[in-house]
Design a protein around this ligand. Structure first.
Ligand SMILES: C[S@@+](CC[C@H](N)C(=O)[O-])C[C@H]1O[C@@H](n2cnc3c(N)ncnc32)[C@H](O)[C@@H]1O
Length: 281
């Protein structure tokens, strides 16, 4: 029999069947068409992706944090699932879009979308919450994939060119605080690592993290294995558990490299699952 006290130790509210389904190491989520305002963000992740992880790694009323919040997809998904959230995002215009989207979904839960620099997360949280800072039960985030958005991917009618024609943002910002604008690849990996190191004191013992990233083919044709390098760097601070591969099955195939050079159509992302180790008793 499941007693109330043993239930409170449960990771989530899923039944066995849904638990098993959620542990498959790959899944398909095809992003739905975005609301008009959200289109100005060049790379939001779908709320359905967040829901999958939040439902597995938390119970209702939990607190979830996203240090690269963009237009607040994490908070919107948490609002729909009766979880509370905090998102930190450098660009005020993205936060504004997120706050607008949250109006419809946040009933009964608490959400804080904060304009701030996540490399200084302790002072951002202290300034916003003072002594009322929640303890976070789960982190889900997607950092900029280095400077991927600034690099042309060749071809003719790329998504980038289409966005340019529509007057939509091509990349997040020109700010030197934007992690996507760091020149050296190694410094970029280290900076993302430091942001997530900085969140550690605010996570509960045993809390899980899901960090969404993608490997990148650089303009010189060499792959920058962002997801794999982040997995290695983040495992200095957290226990690396496993990855889940998020596949997108509705992206157009581009004809890159034909007929001389191998260039793949990359339609998957890695969701790195890590855990803050439980304190030893
Ligand atoms: C991949 S996007 C995240 C999108 C988000 N998951 C969503 O669905 O909207 C990465 C975000 O990190 C933000 N960012 C970059 N450097 C930052 C920093 N130092 N502090 C906070 N946010 C930063 C960018 O402005 C961008 O919106």
């Amino acid at each position: 029999m499941v007693t109330d006290s043993s239930k409170s130790k449960h990771l989530n509210e899923l039944n066995g069947k849904d638990w098993v389904k959620s542990t498959k190491s790959w899944f398909v989520v095809n992003p739905r068409p975005r609301r008009k305002a959200q289109k100005n963000h060049p790379a939001k992740f779908p709320e359905e992706l967040v829901s999958r992880f939040v439902q597995f790694f938390t119970q209702p009323d939990a607190w979830v944090i996203d240090p690269f919040a963009g237009v607040g997809s994490t908070s919107v998904a948490c609002g729909q699932l009766e979880r509370n959230s905090v998102g930190i995002e450098l660009m005020p215009e993205f936060v504004e879009i997120g706050l607008e989207a949250l109006k419809a979904t946040s009933i009964g839960t608490e959400h804080h979308l904060i304009v701030g620099d996540s490399t200084k997360i302790d002072s951002v949280l202290a300034e916003h919450f003072g002594d009322d800072l929640p303890v976070f039960d789960f982190l889900i985030t997607s950092p900029p994939y280095w400077n991927m958005l600034r690099k042309s991917r060749g071809g003719n009618e790329t998504v980038h060119k289409e966005r340019e024609a529509k007057g939509l943002k091509q990349y997040y910002s020109d700010s030197n605080l934007d992690i996507g604008n760091i020149n050296s690849y190694e410094s970029y990996i280290e900076s993302v690592g430091r942001v997530l190191d900085g969140v550690r004191p605010f996570l509960s013992d045993g809390a899980y993290l899901a960090v969404v990233a993608q490997n990148m083919r650089d303009v010189d044709g060499i792959m920058r294995p962002i997801a794999w390098d982040l997995a290695r760097r983040l495992s200095h601070t957290y226990e690396l558990k496993q990855e889940q591969i998020w596949c997108q099955d509705n992206k157009r195939l581009g004809c890159w490299g034909f007929p001389t050079t191998y260039v793949s159509n990359v339609h998957h992302h890695y969701c790195l699952v890590l855990q803050k180790a439980k304190a030893k008793t």
